[in-house]
Design a protein around this ligand. Structure first.
Ligand SMILES: Nc1ncnc2c1ncn2[C@@H]1O[C@H](COP(=O)(O)OP(=O)(O)O)[C@@H](O)[C@H]1O
Ligand SMILES: [Mg+2]
Length: 276
C-alpha cells in the first residue's frame, strides 16, 4: 500500500473513456482523459459546455463507471474495478460533492442536511449534531441552523451544500459549476470560501466554463470535446499546497465510526488553526 506523499497523486486517471448509447447513436463524452490530482491542490477543469466536464466529475465521484480506463487512489485502489459496495464506500470516505443547483433536501433544515451523510457513517446523534453545527459555523451560517433551503439565499444554500460535502472529512471535494446559479458577488463569496478550505488542506476539483475561476487554481486542466488539451498554471501556481495527510491505511482497511470521529476532530482543529 503506497504511503501518501506530496508526489503520490490523490487520484490518477488513465485513459478514461465514457460512451453513452442513445438508441443507435453513440455519444463519446470522454475520449481518453489522462490526468492526476495532487494532494492539497485546487484543480480547475475548464472547458465549454458539452465538453464532458460533468461526466468526468461524476466518474471521479464514483457515481458512474467509465466505459474504459482506470481511476487509482493514493491507497492503490482502482475504483473502476470494485463492486457497488466498494464504490459506495469510496464515495463516503473520499468524496464530497457540490452541485450547481445545491441539491439540498427541501424538507430538512440546514443542520439536518449537513447531518444526513453522517447517518450513513454510523455516527451517533449528538456527535452528528455537534459536527454539523461546527461545519455550519465554519461556512458562516451559525445563525441559520434551523432554516430550510427555501428560507435561504442561493449563496447560503451553497454554503450549506459545502458544509454537507465536508461532513465526512473527505479527501477530495468536487464542485460542478458551483457558482453557476449565483450572482457575481455570491459566486465570488463561494469561491473565496472554497479557497479558504483549500488553504486549510482540502483538495478541490472544480469544473467550470468560467475562466475567472482559474485565478483560484494551482493548475488548470483545459478540456474540449471529451479530451484534455493541456494543463496550465493557475493563478495560485506558486502558492504551496497544504495537504492534510490522507490516512490511506484507515481509508483502505475500513474506517470505524470512532476513527471517522477522530478524523473529523483533527480536521476541525486544522480549520481552527487556519482561522487563527
Ligand atoms: N447520460 C447521458 N446520456 C447521453 N449523453 C450524455 C449523458 N450525459 C452526458 N451526455 C453527453 O455527453 C457530452 C458531455 O456532457 P457533459 O459531461 O454534461 O458536459 P459539460 O458538463 O462539459 O457541459 C454531451 O454531448 C452530453 O450530451
Ligand atoms: Mg456540466
Amino acid at each position: 500500500m503506497a504511503a501518501s506523499t506530496d508526489e503520490t497523486p490523490v487520484l490518477a486517471l488513465t485513459d478514461i473513456r465514457r460512451d453513452f448509447r442513445m438508441g443507435r447513436l453513440l455519444v463519446r463524452a470522454l475520449r481518453g482523459v489522462t490526468m492526476d490530482v495532487l494532494p492539497g491542490e485546487f484543480l480547475v477543469v475548464m472547458g465549454p459546455s458539452g465538453c464532458g466536464k460533468s461526466t468526468l466529475l461524476t466518474l471521479i465521484g464514483g457515481l458512474d463507471r467509465p466505459t474504459a480506463g482506470s481511476i487509482v487512489t493514493s491507497g492503490d485502489e482502482d475504483i473502476t474495478r470494485g463492486d457497488e459496495t466498494a464504490l459506495a464506500e469510496y464515495r463516503r470516505r473520499w468524496i464530497g460533492f457540490i452541485f450547481q443547483s445545491y441539491n439540498l433536501i427541501p424538507t430538512m433544515t440546514a443542520r439536518q442536511n449537513v447531518e444526513f451523510p453522517l447517518v450513513f457513517a454510523g455516527i451517533g446523534r449528538a456527535a452528528r449534531r455537534a459536527r454539523a453545527e461546527a461545519l455550519l459555523k465554519r461556512v458562516g451560517l451559525g445563525d441559520r441552523m434551523t432554516h430550510r433551503p427555501i428560507e435561504l439565499s442561493g449563496g447560503q444554500q451553497q454554503r450549506v451544500a459545502i458544509a454537507r460535502a465536508l461532513a465526512n472529512a473527505p479527501a477530495i471535494v468536487l464542485g460542478d459549476e458551483p457558482t453557476g446559479n449565483l450572482d457575481t458577488r455570491s459566486g465570488q463569496e463561494i469561491m473565496d470560501l472554497l479557497l479558504e478550505l483549500n488553504r486549510a488542506g482540502t483538495t478541490l476539483i472544480v469544473v467550470t466554463h468560467d475562466a475567472r475561476l482559474c485565478t483560484y487554481a494551482h493548475r488548470v486542466v483545459r478540456m474540449e470535446d471529451g479530451v484534455v488539451l493541456g494543463v496550465d498554471a493557475g493563478g495560485r501556481a506558486d502558492e504551496p499546497r497544504r495537504s492534510v495527510p490522507i490516512e490511506g491505511d484507515t481509508r483502505d482497511v475500513g474506517v470505524t465510526a470512532a476513527a471517522v470521529r477522530g478524523h473529523s476532530i483533527r480536521r476541525r482543529r486544522s480549520f481552527t488553526t487556519a482561522e487563527a
